[in-house]
Design a protein around this ligand. Sequence first.
Ligand SMILES: *Cc1c(COP(=O)(O)O)cnc(C)c1O
Length: 226
Amino acid sequence: MVMDIRANLHEVKKSLPADVTLVAVSKTHPVDTILEAHSAGQFIFGENKVQEMVAKQEVLPNNIQWHMIGHLQSNKVKFIAPYVSLIHSVDSLKLLEVINREALKAGRVIDCLLQVFIAEEETKFGLSDDEIYALLESGAQNNLKNVRIVGLMGMASFSDNMEQVRSEFRHLNATFNDIKQKFFADSPSFKEISMGMSSDYMVAVEEGSTMVRLGSTIFGQRNYRK
Ligand SMILES: *Cc1c(COP(=O)(O)O)cnc(C)c1O
């Protein structure tokens, strides 16, 4: 099947409220595919591997905003710190501290989301509700001047049960509101809820998502064999 990326982007954008940000998840897709989306007006791309992001960033236009959406190892932060626009997947204070250190070296403030574990499966990364409150109650984030926590990210269960998925998104939204009120009442920049992928983004938007991360809806199925 030939994918018409421009048409797919058009359809997706039509289905999204104007204030919901679209992250085009380009992992596994070659630079030519990204350029096609770029020429259709898409400037925000999500990758889940540092090496792949670095290789693409080096050859693609500078006006692309790169989002790290996958699990991030501390020792790799330095490779993306000079340019990464948003890290969706912060799942420990240690990682936040490393991002802060590398951002300082790069002379930047890096926007981050705390990844919250909302799914039923055991396999997903992320902080539990208890862990996220413990982290924020410690106040440690207030000393990290080169990171800015701008919201939360979550991945729902891989399930056809949309009521299950909906309740997980609803839970993340409630957590976001509570955390905003308790810890970020004076921070207008704490405003993002990154939730929703190709299979569930319409439900996520109904439940308050401000940022959806879509791969296959835009680019077609991924082929992991290289
Ligand atoms: C791959 C990926 C996506 C996009 O998945 P699709 O189902 O292709 O839309 C979204 N979020 C994360 C964290 C991913 O790794």
